[in-house]
Design a protein around this ligand. Sequence first.
Ligand SMILES: Nc1ncnc2c1ncn2[C@@H]1O[C@H](COP(=O)(O)OP(=O)(O)OP(=O)(O)O)[C@@H](O)[C@H]1O
Ligand SMILES: [Mg+2]
Length: 249
Amino acid sequence: MKTISVCSLSGGQGKTTTSLLLAKNLSAAGHTVCMLDADPQHSLTLFSGIELAADEPSLLEFLKGQGEALDHVLPVEGDERLFIIASDDSLDSAHEYLVQTGMGATVLKRRLSALSDHFDYCIIDSPPQRSQLVLTVFGAADYLLIPAESTIKGFASAVRTLDLFQQQKELGATEAEILGLIPFRDRWFGRNQSKESSLSISAMHDEVGADKVLPSILESEKYKRSIAHGEALPDKLNYPFEVLLERLK
Ligand SMILES: Nc1ncnc2c1ncn2[C@@H]1O[C@H](COP(=O)(O)OP(=O)(O)OP(=O)(O)O)[C@@H](O)[C@H]1O
Ligand SMILES: [Mg+2]
């Protein structure tokens, strides 16, 4: 199983959108995929059509090693190869548990090893704040994917995420490789790209090298409809995910 963590240390950078569309593209290509919702806001869980009842297993119990690992994995309706370890706002209390263990960065990696024979990919959506959850999500990753809004704020978020990742790497707390940086909400007016999109995307190229910057997710309501209602994306808008799948081969 290859684990891809989708991280960016600001709100609204496209983490959940990227996680869900990448997972769906992988399952459409014939892979079995387990998504993991590591954000207490649990948008990925909701977009997967799931609302956990108080007694249902969530990522919190999975992290704590309670019960069989596979019992925490729920099927996503309408897609036989897509599954999720879901969350609710109780995940907020994961912080204390991860701190208490003293091994927070490695907990999720250890728990996921029990699933490695069952899935081809694990895709992890993460919270926007620098937190123990983000550190354990870095620790679990084979690959790190950073979505960043095509704005100055988005570029700053990507830089903060890269800095924290490098820090963790130097500490030996993650062995992940950077899969890429994906510009989000790239704005065009007809044939003209907005100045802010153009500037921020070239800053991303300078920061990580052009080969690590993926084709951008264009500003378009069609992505919202695809995530919320499962509408198919036109090929042109799905292109960044085709390139990602090629990179993963
Ligand atoms: N291509 C797009 N163009 C415009 N808006 C989009 C596009 N894709 C998604 N959105 C909207 O942008 C918002 C932010 O996206 P998303 O939820 O994926 O970001 P996030 O990084 O997961 O946010 P958070 O940090 O709050 O979890 C959402 O309201 C989403 O519906
Ligand atoms: Mg999100």
